[in-house]
Design a protein around this ligand. Structure first.
Ligand SMILES: Cc1cc2nc3c(=O)[nH]c(=O)nc-3n(C[C@H](O)[C@H](O)[C@H](O)COP(=O)(O)O)c2cc1C
Length: 365
């Protein structure tokens, strides 16, 4: 029987175990959206996971939607990522960059021209955006992208993929989840276009598939992963038939031979609170995709191992538990108690709640 602690090849990326660090935005970047120097220690502390997926990194200024999130499109940002990769590799770890465009989840405050954020259609998300000062404000009505503009955004993904290579990452993950731009195209609640990027599921998936094809040309398919969230409704995302939409996506991604497909089940941070029969869907998506399936969402060690045993996943990712436990793999291996996460320090700030969670050796007895 396959164990969480067995290695796995994710395409060309060899992971020493089947527990990945899920991408976690920490809003601690410094001027120019350059990673915080503290991130070198933060990620190095967590290098014993099979694969680190970086916090979401915007591919362009237009793609940013939260305060102090790092980018991957300028030379200064690449220079900020390099020592992180060196430190993770020195500890024997592997790390991919999560490439991010938030689309309609942005607000004018972040836009280069102070204009409206962009999206597939002029439909505002339900909920609230975070301003640069961390206060909340209602989402804005986005400007619908013209058909011609979409190629420019695909080009921004290519540029970011090239910059991630320069920074020394082991690969990239295309963020197609959680109600951000690609997910906005995939789901019919946010995509009401009548050009070749809207309407049928084939058309709604076109933008994702163009992005994947373009970044595969930079990295090779065996170093590219994709993250999807059929069911969680994050950032007001909604689809009338998520099972059909995402089975189509999994099937359409199969011919690329990607490194992995990363599937979020349920609401972030809640164990499997699902709106339809997600366990069955995960197994179907895994079969349709045909490559390594990484499962995420409220997983304990027991639930994670169960997902492997049930054939719903080949590996898992863990977010908040890795945030609070730099040595989560060792703690799961030895059934050691876990540190409690401090929600107040998730976003913004410095070392507190970032690099000061104790590892087992230094944990108080
Ligand atoms: C503080 C925080 C930041 C997050 N940032 C990201 C992100 O940058 N990209 C992403 O795809 N998901 C992000 N998520 C979602 C997590 O990757 C993950 O899906 C979620 O926490 C559920 O997994 P878990 O129960 O193992 O934590 C974030 C979640 C939290 C709590």
């Amino acid at each position: 029987m396959t164990s969480l602690f067995d290695p796995i090849d994710l395409g060309a990326i060899h992971a020493g175990n089947r527990i990945a660090m899920a991408p976690l935005t920490r809003s601690r970047a410094v001027e120019g959206e350059v990673p915080n120097p503290l991130a070198v220690e933060y990620y190095a502390q967590r290098a014993s996971v099979g694969l680190i997926i970086s916090e979401a990194t915007q591919i362009s200024r237009q793609g940013q939607g939260y305060p102090n999130t790092p980018g991957i499109f300028t030379d200064a940002q690449v220079a900020g990522w390099k020592p992180i990769l060196d430190a993770v590799h020195a500890r024997g770890g592997k790390m991919v960059a999560q490439l991010w465009h938030v689309g309609r989840i942005s607000i004018s405050d972040y836009q280069p021209d102070g204009g409206a954020p962009v999206g597939p259609s002029a439909i505002a998300a339900e909920g609230q955006a975070m301003k640069p000062d961390f206060s909340m404000t209602p989402f804005q009505v986005p400007r619908a992208l013209t058909t011609d503009e979409i190629a420019g955004i695909v080009a921004d993904y290519v540029h970011a993929a090239e910059m991630a290579k320069k920074a020394g990452f082991d690969g990239i993950e295309v963020h197609a989840a959680n109600g951000y731009l690609i997910d906005q195209f995939l789901k019919d609640g946010s995509n009401q276009r009548d050009d070749r990027y809207g309407g049928s599921v084939e058309n709604r998936a076109r933008f994702l598939l163009e992005v994947v094809a373009a970044v595969v040309a930079v990295w090779g398919a065996d170093r590219v992963g994709v993250r999807i969230s059929p069911s969680n409704g994050a950032n007001g995302s909604r689809d009338s038939d998520p099972a059909s939409t995402f089975l189509y996506v999994a099937k359409a991604l199969k011919p690329f031979g990607l490194s992995y497909l990363h599937l979020i089940e349920g609401e972030p941070g809640t164990p499997m609170s699902i709106k339809f029969d997600a366990p069955q869907l995960a197994a179907e998506i895994r079969a349709a995709f045909g490559g390594p399936l990484m499962l995420n969402g409220g997983l304990t060690k027991a639930l994670a191992q169960q997902a492997l045993d049930d054939g719903r996943a080949d590996l898992v990712s863990s977010g908040v538990p890795v945030l609070a436990n730099p040595d989560l793999v060792e703690r799961w291996r030895t059934d050691a108690p876990l540190n409690a996460p401090d929600k107040d320090t998730f976003y913004g700030g410095g070392a507190r709640g970032y690099t000061d969670y104790p590892a087992l050796e230094s944990a108080p007895a």
